[in-house]
Design a binder for this molecule. Structure first.
Ligand code: HEC
Length: 104
C-alpha cells in the first residue's frame, strides 16, 4: 500500500467520522439505488432470462405485497425471505415504486 493511498483512506475516514460526530445523517438510498441490487438475480430491468422470476411489467401493489409477504414469512421462498428482511418497509415501498414505474 502506498503512502498516498493510505493518506487518502485516512482523510476519507476522518471525514466520515466528522460527519457522524456532528450529527449529520447520510441521505437514505433512493428506490433506484436499492432496486439496482435486485438485478444480479432478476436480470437487467428485471428481465430475467433464467429460472428466477422476471420483475418487469409487475404492478407496484403486487411487488409491494410480494416483498412484504417474503419479509414476514407469509410466502414460501428459498432466497427472498432472507433478502427481504434486510429492508425497511419504506425501502421496500420505494423499490416497488421504482420497479413498477421504470422497469420495462
Ligand atoms: C440472490 C438472488 C436474488 C436477489 C438478489 C433478489 N431476488 Fe427476488 N427472487 C429470487 C428467487 C430465487 C425468487 C423465487 C422465490 C424464492 O425462492 O426465494 C425471487 C422472487 C422474487 C419475487 C416474486 C416474483 C414472483 O413472480 O413470484 C419478487 C417480487 C422479488 N423476488 C423481488 C425482488 C426484489 C425487489 C429484489 C431486490 C431487493 C430481489 N428480488 C432480489 C432471487 C433473488
Amino acid at each position: 500500500m502506498t503512502a498516498s493511498f493510505t493518506a487518502t483512506i485516512c482523510v476519507a475516514l476522518a471525514t466520515m467520522l466528522a460527519a457522524t460526530a456532528s450529527g449529520q445523517t447520510f441521505a437514505p438510498p433512493s428506490g433506484a439505488t436499492l432496486a439496482a441490487t435486485c438485478t444480479g438475480c432478476h436480470g437487467p430491468n428485471g428481465q430475467s432470462a433464467g429460472a428466477i422470476p422476471a420483475l418487469n411489467g409487475r404492478t407496484e401493489a403486487d411487488l409491494l405485497q410480494a416483498m412484504l409477504d417474503f419479509k414476514n414469512d407469509r410466502r414460501p421462498a428459498t432466497m427472498m425471505n432472507r433478502h427481504a428482511k434486510g429492508f425497511s418497509d419504506e425501502e421496500i415501498a420505494a423499490m416497488a415504486r421504482e420497479i413498477a414505474t421504470n422497469w420495462r
